[in-house]
Design a protein around this ligand. Structure first.
Ligand code: BG6
Length: 474
């Protein structure tokens, strides 16, 4: 098939697969999944026997679906490669079903079997749940009830479940979700997506730390004074009121993306850099992040909402935070006492995600900051004090700068969702969150969730376009 790989040199592990997308007409699918699948097909990174099945409640045809999706918006030309497009359309079918009807799952089972029969091989089956988290459990149960959690009887192919965050709304519901999912799909079948982990710049933190031993030696409270991980967005909620209103910034961003990045920055070096050892090291450090004490929530956690948000979501009393910042501490030898600040917000002045590691200064304030620029202007930068040329002894902060644009010119890197899809097809769990990690991050935030539910007096309102949000001075 043109566009899809039929050799095994480039990606030896990719196998025939059926990717079933629940919620194919939704925002995530249109903005990320379908464009990523298109790019993988264009670059020949999927097996030639790959089929996409779009689950929908309506009667939409594949053609109508593609007429409404911008697959190549990020390409410089904005024009799709006609061959790749044809391949993708030719391998996408829609399946109309009611997500609550058990018999519809039986029909889905028959459809997947028929696809395998037509292809003459057992295929990996991936169920991508791009649907509201409130309906995860009913769908997962019905998949199990109709035997859709099992693999093809006659081959090695695997069946996998891909779920998007949020994994629960608090510690209790996350525990329930994990336990109930576990009754249908084994942990090795579940891929909990955190697309931040799949970002090239986040993976490069691991490379930076563990392949450059000069920094590993400095990686502790002895040399590091503080760490800050911030993800500022210029966009607001972009019409996603139903998704965002019950969540807010703490659940949408900090529970998942920022605590995962924190684990990558602070974990011990695993003996081996493979999925299992990386997860063990991450779990270890995450289990030592101290839950914010209930009586310190006001002091250590800040929440804000941008003005105009309430009108946007049509709820004049909404107390959902669009900005959240908190300071956490890790109770282990390496990090004890070092403040780690996590912050995220929407409708701020610029889009900027970075990890900033500040080293103790020779005297007083830190002068050396190491900045991982996750996005945009991806790169790594180290601030150094230098002597200003001349007869005086004036100092100046200068930066040693590695930039993806400059150093890897013409080497585009895969989008995070392309990475997510490829890894799920080939069964690599490294860049997905384990149930332990999910629970550990909820444990850290549970007191905040509880305190915030009691009162919203501390909610600060900020103007869209603000550079940052500050706590009101008393
Ligand atoms: C998603 C959040 O996980 O990440 C969104 O639900 C957010 O609210 C998005 O806008 C940001 O992702 P990125 O890759 O654009 O930084």
């Amino acid at each position: 098939m043109a566009g899809l790989r039929d050799d095994h040199q480039h990606n030896p592990k990719l196998e025939p697969a059926i990717i079933v997308i629940f919620g194919i007409t939704g925002d995530l699918s249109k903005r990320y999944l379908l464009p990523s699948l298109y790019h993988l097909i264009k670059d020949g990174l999927l097996h030639e026997k790959t089929e996409i099945v779009g689950v929908t409640r309506g009667t939409l045809t594949a053609k109508e679906l593609f007429d409404n999706v911008v697959l190549c918006g990020k390409d410089s030309t904005n024009v799709c490669d006609p061959e790749a497009l044809k391949t993708m359309q030719g391998h996408t079918t829609m399946f109309q079903m009611d997500l609550t009807s058990s018999s519809d799952y039986a029909s889905l089972h028959q459809k997947l079997d028929a696809i395998e029969t037509a292809n003459g091989v057992c295929m990996n089956r991936l169920y991508y749940l791009s649907i509201p988290p409130q309906v995860y459990m009913p769908v997962i149960r019905l998949l199990g009830e109709q035997g859709l959690n099992t693999s093809c009887q006659h081959g090695e192919a695997m069946t996998r479940l891909l779920v998007e965050k949020p994994f629960g709304f608090n510690l209790n519901s996350a525990e329930e979700l994990i336990q109930e999912t576990g009754e249908v799909f084994g942990e090795e079948q579940v891929y909990r997506i955190d697309h931040y982990l799949a970002k090239e710049t986040v993976q490069n933190i691991l490379t930076f730390r563990f392949q450059n031993p000069i920094f590993e030696a400095l990686w502790s409270k002895q040399y590091i004074a503080s760490i800050s991980i911030s993800a500022h967005e210029k966009i607001g909620i972009e019409g996603r009121a139903t998704f965002y209103e019950p969540l807010g910034a703490l659940r949408d961003f900090i529970q998942s993306h920022l605590l995962q990045v924190l684990a990558i920055v602070t974990m011990d070096k695993p003996d081996i850099l493979d999925s299992q050892h990386i997860h063990t090291a991450k779990q270890q450090v995450m289990s030592r992040i101290e839950p914010v004490p209930a009586d310190k929530v006001r002091e250590r956690v800040l929440r804000g909402q941008y003005m105009g948000y309430r009108d946007e979501v049509g709820n004049a009393e909404s107390v959902t935070e669009t900005y959240a910042a908190l300071t956490v501490y890790i109770d282990n030898q390496r990090w004890q006492g070092i403040p780690i600040r996590l912050s995220t917000g929407k409708a701020l002045s610029e889009r900027k995600t970075e990890v900033r590691v500040s080293f103790h200064g020779a005297s007083g304030e830190p002068n050396n900051h190491l900045r991982f620029r996750i996005q945009p202007n991806e790169g790594i930068e180290l601030d150094l004090l230098t002597k200003k040329p001349g007869f005086g002894d004036e100092l100046q902060t200068t930066a040693m700068d590695f930039s993806y644009n400059h150093d890897f010119e013409n080497h585009g890197h895969p989008d995070a969702y392309e990475r997510v899809l490829v890894d799920a097809v080939r069964g690599d769990h490294t860049l997905f969150a384990t149930s332990e990690e999910v629970l550990a991050s909820w444990r850290v935030l549970q007191p905040v969730v509880e305190q915030w539910a009691k009162s919203s007096e501390d909610l600060v309102f900020y103007k869209p376009g603000a550079t940052d949000v500050k706590a009101p001075s008393h």
